[in-house]
Design a protein around this ligand. Structure first.
Ligand code: ADP
Ligand code: ADP
Length: 227
């Protein structure tokens, strides 16, 4: 049974922009999938729907066996908090809170208040020496690692990342991708939207999108060998 299942999903904005066009897709527990495609091909729309931030115009979406297609905002939020960790290109850290306070803010939404656990999450991403720093005192790669610690706070089954390395240089990109790789090895299911081929190649499955449709799919090993 797939952790994510999309059946004939379409998303139409303002009655005319077809951002997703009859997409069907199954992602299994433990998969690491990248979604590639040019700007405007529907990647973010797909991630928003899978991440319970938006609902489709047509079709059926299941997350971890739950049909989320017709849920209201409140129920979608509950599922997102229970099952999904989100990582964005823009870090969305609160500038006047320290690294550990930013992670604790995520705990607040899960009704947890445990500084030790927040510190452990930061240690997991290698930031045990940066816990009292403010975002402005951290490098881009370190800020993204705070975001990953924040995303991990509720042990989410599913990690969704939208261009997680879009604002990083190559060294920090590698560090963040190594971290995602170790999370994958620990059993997390990972879906990364990217248009960076190096980021894409780290996944097991590559899904290519164009004009709101899935054009094709390949094993990433093949991309490495041929590319
Ligand atoms: P990508 O992430 O691949 O760049 P998007 O999913 O952001 O693609 O966008 C797909 C299409 O849907 C584009 O034509 C975009 O302009 C449009 N679109 C995305 N979000 C909205 C929105 N909230 N309102 C209207 N149109 C949107
Ligand atoms: P990406 O960097 O992933 O391509 P975009 O720049 O396409 O992201 O979209 C950023 C945000 O703006 C998204 O939340 C998307 O839903 C929204 N958006 C994109 N296109 C439009 C549009 N034409 N009208 C309104 N909102 C849009």
């Amino acid at each position: 049974m797939g952790l994510i299942k999309l059946e004939n999903v379409s998303k139409i904005y303002n009655d005319r922009v077809k951002a997703l066009d009859n997409v069907s897709l199954e992602i299994m527990k433990g998969d690491w999938v990248s979604i590639m495609g040019p700007s405007g091909s529907g990647k973010s729309t797909m991630l928003n729907i899978v991440g319970c931030m938006d609902t489709p115009t047509k079709g059926v979406v299941q997350i971890d066996g739950i049909d989320i297609t017709n849920l209201n905002k409140k129920d979608l939020t509950a599922i997102r908090r229970d099952k999904i960790g989100l990582i964005f290109q823009q870090f969305h850290l609160v500038p006047y809170l320290t690294a550990v306070e930013n992670v604790m803010l995520a705990q607040y939404y899960h009704s947890i208040s445990d500084e030790d656990e927040a510190l452990q999450a930061l240690a997991k991403v290698g930031l045990q020496d940066r816990t009292e720093h403010f975002p402005s005192q951290l490098s881009g790669g370190e800020q993204q690692r705070v975001c990953i610690a924040r995303a991990l706070i509720n042990y989410p089954k599913l990690i969704l990342a939208d261009e997680p390395t879009g604002n990083l240089d190559e060294e920090n990109e590698n560090m963040v991708m190594d971290l995602l790789s170790s999370l994958h090895k620990q059993g997390h299911t990972i879906v990364v939207v990217t248009h960076d081929l190096n980021v894409c190649k780290r996944a097991e499955r590559e899904i290519n999108m164009q004009h709101g449709k899935i054009l094709g799919e390949m094993e990433c090993e093949m991309v490495c060998k041929t590319g």
